[in-house]
Ligand binder design. Structure first.
Ligand code: PRP
Ligand code: URA
Length: 216
């Protein structure tokens, strides 16, 4: 079971050995784009399995080879996966493998290299966003600026039931996101030590977008 972080009721850190193993693989600077991408997808699936534990169920009638019975299915099919571009795209298929009927929204943000503040360049969310369980995905939660901005946008568009999944987080980013949005559930693969002077996570894994898309 995920472990609660500090006394933050809605913040959980993964403790599954498979997740930890795969995070070690993507940290390794010798891991190439192909393996980085497939590990990121697998981590997203494993984390999604934990983060979606509380999805509501409803009974439907099914006929087995023996007899008819009532059996539970996910209620409403109202899930939305929302990656923060670019790096969040690497986690989408991991969640879609679990819930293929989910809709996908996109939020485009990039960090200014000098100020480290996020800038929005795109936002498109599936309707009716207010009725959906929304899973925001981004591998990295560093200063927390992008995460806070993404959740701000989603709430401004009417989103209410929000979960945020990141693979690696800095303590600073967790505190900032939790302070701004204590109502959302935050799922973290691993909490790292700190940020460096360029606001990169230490030890982290470098620039997640560049590693997923091979742009460095
Ligand atoms: C990275 C990462 C997060 C953000 C985290 O994206 O994927 O979105 O930085 O940093 P923060 O918590 O300090 O805001 P980046 O801005 O590098 O854009 P990219 O995914 O397009 O490379
Ligand atoms: N964004 C990244 O991709 N990596 C970091 O360490 C911090 C922000």
């Amino acid at each position: 079971m995920p472990v609660q972080y500090k006394d933050y009721e809605n913040v959980f850190v993964m403790d599954h050995p498979l997740i930890q193993h795969k995070i070690t693989q993507i940290r390794d600077k010798n891991t190439g784009t192909n393996q980085f991408r497939s590990c990121t997808e697998e981590i997203a699936s494993l984390m999604g399995y934990e983060a979606l534990r509380d999805l509501p169920l409803e009974d439907m009638e099914v006929e087995t080879p023996i007899e008819k019975c009532m059996s539970p299915v996910i209620a409403g099919k109202k899930l939305a996966v929302v990656p923060i571009l670019r790096a969040g795209l690497g986690m989408v298929s991991g969640i879609m493998n679990l819930v293929p009927t989910a809709k996908v929204g996109h939020i485009g943000l990039y960090r200014d290299p000098e100020t480290h503040e996020p800038h929005e360049y795109y936002c498109k969310l599936p309707k009716p966003i207010e009725l959906r369980t929304i899973v925001v995905v981004d591998p990295m939660l560093a200063t927390g600026g992008s995460g806070v901005a993404a959740v701000d946008f989603i709430k401004k568009h009417g989103g209410r039931h929000i979960k945020f999944m990141c693979i690696i987080a800095a303590p600073e980013g967790i505190d900032r996101l939790h302070a701004a949005h204590p109502d959302i559930q935050l799922y973290i693969g691993h909490v790292d030590r700190c940020l460096n002077e360029d606001a990169y996570i230490c030890p982290g894994l470098g620039d997640a977008g560049d590693r997923i898309f091979g742009t460095k």
